[in-house]
Design a binder for this molecule. Structure first.
Ligand code: PEP
Ligand code: MG
Length: 595
């Protein structure tokens, strides 16, 4: 990439404002992750080396072909022909000798390297498909783009992730992180994350929070303003990134960071005790996790259970779907470590911003309204039953519950219950030990199930409110789109009413209602949730210590007073000012500006 723009060259301090997606302050070098828009520079090739370049291209095509064939076979076995067909177009293109020859001809005629020739020929092909009037063919343009990236990657001999050459201890700068790259965050020593795109509730933000990696998203053009090696300050508390920080600014931030860590340490030490409000109401504070590797930190914050185990992490970045045994082992280990406290395992919630390569790769016009989560599993019952069997097997090692994501109707619950029975029947037949008594709950994250909560409460053992999606689907605001981020708020009066309606419906039917969306980890929302009557909350394990402290400091009458004031307000902004003011007055001097 060319030397970055004026900001870095003039060394003037520049503050970029984005979305505070994961708390913490870091100062360190950048790692620019730019493969998404990567354009190889043409390399002039000596005529003697043209055959070598052509050979490199052919080898890379063969390797890509083998990779695709493998993904195709796995997809067909696990999910059936229909899903595998999406890959057929890519395989067919790689077998089209006429098309491949275009790349070889370009290498020979223009004396350029294999990567550049692939880039140009595939781009032309992509543009050709993009101009077609038929939707099906237009969509194929993205298959061509994916294919182009795979081949170029194989020519370069580099692997899948844009983080492949990541230098540990750096701050990742990217346009957006793919779910695969996001999942890879937990294997790398990542100091922080700053992206052009993304919102507070995007998958990247949630994973960064659960891994304790400070993040600022939605910075619009940070990839154009820095380059690898530039030292920046990333402030995930206030959502700022500072380029070319002066020594004075660095010192200020380092002091702030020390204070932040000191407070975190104190809060962590307090975690050993159970959580009661100041006037004695017991609140069960559970933790959310995504990867088994988070367990040591999760156990250190002593939650009352795991309120949400997102299982997508097991499926992302895998060539093949994890087997029943592999899943059972992981779920069992987690259940065992928490025993006797409960572990709520959510069945696969892919789709939307969580695409699993080789399993669900179909591009949809409206992925968040598309073939997601329970809808996908109900269409691929073999995979769904396999996961249910693994969860049932883990239930003998602990206290496990099943949670179904993105339920929108009673029919989906009834069908899932039948499949649960089928999973039990198969386990009996196979003679595998499992825990037959298991609670089944649903996520409340779509408005239709809030309206039908009384009916659904008769069919399930518990509700868990997923505010991240409930806000998105109720307010019609994409949770990951920075352009509409200002419209996304769980303090919208409609959301507050829906949350209360769900809680009341659950209480009336005598089933527990938990909240596992990010609202439960928002310190400013806690007084409202206590006033509404929540006794079970589940937040990212990174925020559990903070939330425990907030609950301990609050008494029910003051929460009730705030809630009554909020209920009289009709504008989201007024509600936000009201809860912010309450938080500032009660907590800022005690806890600093950590949220
Ligand atoms: C939610 O939607 O609130 C939720 C907890 O699920 P996820 O963030 O995984 O979609
Ligand atoms: Mg959700």
């Amino acid at each position: 990439m060319a030397k970055s723009k004026g900001d870095i060259e003039t060394r003037a301090e520049v503050i970029l404002k984005g979305i505070a997606a994961s708390p913490g302050i870091v100062v360190g070098p950048c790692y620019l992750c730019s493969h998404l828009n990567w354009q190889p520079e043409p390399q002039v090739v000596d005529p003697a080396n043209i055959p070598t370049q052509i050979e490199r291209f052919r080898e890379s095509v063969e390797r890509t072909h083998r990779e695709l064939q493998k993904t195709y076979r796995t997809t067909r076995e696990q999910f059936g022909q229909e899903l595998a067909e999406v890959l057929e177009m890519q395989v067919a293109l790689l077998e089209d000798q006429f098309f491949l020859k275009e790349v070889e001809d370009m290498i020979a005629a223009n004396k350029v390297d294999a990567a550049y020739a692939t880039f140009v020929v595939f781009r032309k092909k992509k543009e050709y498909f993009l101009k077609m009037s038929n939707d099906y063919f237009r969509d194929r343009a993205f298959d061509i783009q994916a294919l182009k990236e795979m081949i170029i990657r194989n020519i370069a001999g580099s692997a899948q992730s844009c983080l492949e050459d990541f230098t540990p201890g750096s701050i990742i700068i990217a346009d957006n992180l793919s779910p695969n790259d996001t999942v890879a965050l937990h294997q790398k020593k990542v100091l922080g994350v700053a992206t052009n795109a993304g919102g507070k509730m995007s998958h990247t933000a949630i994973v960064a929070r659960s891994l304790g990696v400070p993040a600022v998203l939605g910075l619009k053009n940070i990839t154009e303003r820095v380059q690898t090696g530039d030292v920046i300050i990333l402030d995930g508390n206030s959502g700022k990134v500072i380029l070319n920080p002066s020594d004075r600014t660095r010192e200020q931030y380092e002091t702030q960071q020390e204070k932040f860590l000191e407070i975190q340490q104190i809060l962590l030490e307090e975690c050993a005790q159970e959580t009661y409000s100041k006037d004695g109401r017991r609140i069960f504070l559970h933790a959310n996790i995504e990867f088994e590797e988070e367990m040591p930190h999760l156990l250190s914050v002593k939650p009352d259970g795991i309120g949400l185990f997102r299982t997508e992490g097991l499926f992302l970045n895998q060539q093949e779907m994890p087997s029943e045994d592999q899943q059972a082992e992981i779920y069992s280990r987690v259940a065992e470590q928490m025993h006797p406290k409960p572990v709520v395992i959510r069945t696969l919630d892919i789709g939307g911003d969580k695409i699993v390569p080789g399993i669900a790769t179909i591009s949809e016009d409206n992925p968040f309204l598309g073939w997601r989560a329970i809808r996908f599993w109900l269409d691929h019952q073999a995979g769904f039953v396999m996961q249910l069997k693994a969860i049932l097997r883990a239930n003998i090692h602990g206290n496990v519950q099943i949670l179904l994501p993105m339920v929108s109707s009673l029919g989906e619950v009834l069908q899932s219950k039948q499949l649960l029975e089928e999973a039990k029947r198969l386990l009996k037949k196979e003679g595998k030990p499992f825990g037959e008594e298991i609670d089944l709950g649903i996520m409340i994250e779509i408005p239709s199930v809030v309206i039908l909560a009384d009916i659904l409460a008769r069919e399930v053992d518990f509700f868990s409110i997923g505010t991240n999606d409930l806000v998105q689907y109720t307010l019609a605001v994409d949770r990951g789109n920075e352009k509409v981020a200002k419209l996304y708020s769980h303090f919208h009066p409609a959301i507050l009413r829906m949350v209360k309606t769900t809680l009341d419906a659950g209480k009336y039917a005598g089933i527990p209602v938990n909240m596992c969306g990010e609202m439960a980890g928002d310190p400013q929302a806690i007084p409202l949730l206590l006033a509404m009557g929540f006794e079970h909350l589940s937040a990212s394990h990174m925020t559990v210590p903070h939330i425990k402290r907030i609950i301990r400091e609050l008494s029910l009458p003051e929460c009730e007073e705030l809630y009554q004031a909020v209920k009289s307000l009709e504008l989201t902004e007024d509600i936000i000012s009201c809860v912010e003011q309450f938080y500032r007055e009660r907590f800022t001097s005690m806890l600093g500006e950590t949220q």
